[in-house]
Ligand binder design. Structure first.
Ligand SMILES: Cc1ncc(C[n+]2csc(CCOP(=O)(O)OP(=O)(O)O)c2C)c(N)n1
Length: 281
């Protein structure tokens, strides 16, 4: 059972990540707010609680690995990497410009990014390869791959899923960010993938379903995954696209929408209210 103080501290971290995200999305620029914000708690738990990271050395060989297969949501990863001090936070304002180091999709020139992703469907294959390499080297590092539910329509994911089972890859945990909306509308209307849990189960994976905004459940699922031997684990995280920004929640328009000055101010005020509520409780 995780201490309440740890949960509270990670909830605050997730909120700080959303503040960073907002700074990157800014006013009048296209930015992937929705699919980034749905991951704030998962990314907070991984980088600030569960994964082995070395703030002084992003390439430390003993580090655990994080691969954002849904690479368009990289702003939430930058939000965490900036907090860790892997690059100065002044980079946030220059994101997605040639003047800055932070590109619109994950690029290995950025400290803390392990692979180029963003062409959907590829991250799990990369993760399975890395997990096998770690096992061959006898290393205890763990690999975490985050996919979107819309992304599951990519066939390569299911090839990787079969390979991970065949080769008993138990040092890898995959997340499905199940926010039910993709770029232009509900996933069920664009390419319906019913019974996601049953599908992963049929592919031989250990399946855990959680509320992806509940820090305690995320920690519990990762701890359970560590006990699973001889097969990979997938955590199906039920989330809300745009979580934390009322106008963006469950709204495909903010998959990559532009914030006006008014919406930006509203978003900031909403986050501030959430911060005050967290401080009071
Ligand atoms: C191979 C490929 N096809 C299409 C795209 C364009 N694209 C970017 S994001 C996206 C929707 C992804 O939906 P989902 O995986 O549910 O992500 P989320 O809604 O969680 O952000 C699409 C189709 C892409 N990046 N790669």
């Amino acid at each position: 059972m995780t201490a309440q103080s740890t949960i509270k501290s990670l909830e605050k971290t997730a909120l700080r990540l959303r503040f960073n995200l907002l700074e990157m999305v800014g006013i009048g620029k296209a930015g992937h707010l929705g699919g980034s914000s749905s991951l704030a708690e998962i990314v907070a738990v991984l980088y600030f609680h569960k994964m082995k990271v070395n703030k002084a050395d992003p390439r430390d060989p003993s580090r655990d690995l994080f691969l954002l297969s849904k690479g368009h949501a990289v702003l939430i990863q930058y939000a965490a990497l900036g907090e860790l001090g892997y690059f100065p936070k002044t980079e946030f304002a220059k994101v997605k410009t040639l003047a800055g180091a932070l590109q619109g999709h994950p690029d290995m020139q950025t400290p803390g990014i392990e692979a180029v992703t963003g062409s959907l469907g590829q991250g799990l294959s990369i993760g399975v390869g890395m997990a096998l390499a770690l096992r061959l080297d006898g290393r205890p590092n763990r690999v975490h791959v985050v996919m979107g539910d819309g992304e599951l329509s990519e066939g390569q994911i299911w090839e990787a899923a079969m390979a991970a089972w065949k080769f008993k890859v138990d040092n890898l945990v995959a997340f499905v960010d199940c926010n039910r909306i993709q770029a232009t509308g509900p996933t069920c209307e664009i390419f319906d993938i019913p019974d996601i849990a049953k599908k992963w189960d049929a592919f031989g994976w250990k399946v855990i379903e959680i509320d992806g905004h509940n820090v305690g459940q995320i920690i519990g699922a990762l701890e359970e995954a560590e006990t699973v031997k001889g097969r990979p684990t997938v955590i199906i995280a039920h989330t809300v696209k745009g979580k934390g920004f009322s106008f963006a929640e469950n709204n495909a328009a903010f998959h990559n929408g532009i914030l006006t000055e008014e919406l930006f101010a509203r978003a900031k005020a909403e986050l501030q209210a959430q911060a005050e509520a967290l401080d009071k409780n």
